[in-house]
Write a protein that binds this ligand. Structure first.
Ligand SMILES: [Zn+2]
Length: 341
């Protein structure tokens, strides 16, 4: 198969041309997350001829993914395949000339730097803010451009981030939203059209950047609601960078703090869980998000959730005590299940 043929329509598109195609062929891109956004982003990049693609995800393909995660099918669910493995197999069938690396792993402060430091561009295809803040720190530390993207319900947004040149996630959002306070696809649902559109915009931004058509000062935050036809473009001013802990001070709080620390409280059959980043807990929202997974009581100081054989006490700053175990791993999973990561 001649590659000239394969990419002929893309090469005819003037802003890319033969020169741009060469740059695409030499580009190394990491897609973090192989869900709805990652499925589409990875497929479009591989079809466009990006030279090296790393796709990272720790989850397995489930039936509820198939409604929107277009790289997977029922056979992947039956075979209990990790998403990264199933995705890589499909991507290699789509374009065998691309070096596709699949990684089944959790992206966290301990692992993220290995996955981003040898690529030219990072695409966020995640479903949670905590990992995005970790990526924000890691990409700033290694000056790797990355493209933030998210979609929930019928709404989504895309924001390219060029460390040192355009505002980062912390410039825009400040600090991590309290667990349970931001909508997720688990609570609000999500429809396939928005994840496909958002991932497509993300890849268009990626192609611009790779082919030398990107300019940091022209970057925008794009938001789109496919149900109501609302579309917004927000110019990214650099004012917030002057006071941002990442951009101005070079502080990487989310990278340096481990995701969750644990301390076994000897003789009390309990473990204390300490999140890497303290947040101001909204107990009313957390109580709603716990739903039927436990019996919840709370006041202004703490929230107590009984989920036999465990009892979890959460404090305002996100710390918690898990009673009913002395095993840090068990305590961590009880905490993650009830409070979030
Ligand atoms: Zn910043």
């Amino acid at each position: 198969m001649k590659n000239d043929d394969r990419y002929s329509r893309q090469i005819r598109f003037t802003p890319i041309g033969a020169k741009g195609q060469l740059r695409i062929g030499g580009a190394r891109v990491a897609v973090i997350g192989a869900g709805a956004l990652g499925s589409v982003s990875a497929e479009l990049l591989v079809r466009a001829g990006v030279g090296f693609l790393r796709i990272i995800d720790r989850d397995f393909v489930e039936l509820s993914n198939l409604q929107r995660q277009s790289l997977y099918d029922e056979e992947d669910v039956r075979n209990n395949l990790p998403k990264a493995v199933a995705a890589a197999a499909k991507l290699r069938r789509i374009n065998s000339t691309i070096h596709v690396e699949s990684i089944v792993d959790d992206v966290n402060p301990d692992t993220v730097e290995d996955y981003i430091k040898d690529v030219d561009l990072v695409l966020d295809a995640l479903d949670n803010f905590e990992t995005r803040f970790v990526i924000n720190d890691a990409c700033a530390k290694h000056t790797r451009p990355w493209i933030y993207a998210s979609a929930v319900g019928s709404y989504g947004l895309v924001m390219p981030i060029i460390p040192g040149k355009s505002p980062c996630l912390r410039c825009m959002i400040g600090s991590l939203p309290a667990p349970g306070s931001s909508p997720t696809c688990d609570t609000e649902g999500v429809i396939g059209p928005i994840t496909h559109i958002i991932a497509s915009i993300q890849v268009a931004e990626a192609l611009k950047w790779i082919t030398g058509n990107g300019e940091a000062k022209k970057l925008e935050l794009i938001t789109l609601d496919v149900w109501t036809h609302r579309f917004h473009r927000v110019a990214l001013g650099t004012e917030a960078m002057k006071t941002c802990p990442v951009c101005a001070e070079g502080r990487f709080d989310y990278l340096d703090g481990s995701a969750l620390r644990t301390v076994t409280l000897c003789g009390r059959n309990a473990v204390q869980v300490i999140p890497g980043v303290r947040s101001d807990m909204d107990f009313s929202q957390l109580s709603d998000s716990i739903g039927t997974s436990g019996i919840v009581q709370y006041n202004e100081f703490l929230l107590r959730c009984s989920s036999p054989p465990f009892e979890l006490t959460v404090f305002k700053d996100g710390r918690a005590i898990v009673k009913g175990t002395e095993d840090p791993g068990v305590a961590r999973s009880v905490y993650t299940k009830i409070v979030g990561t």
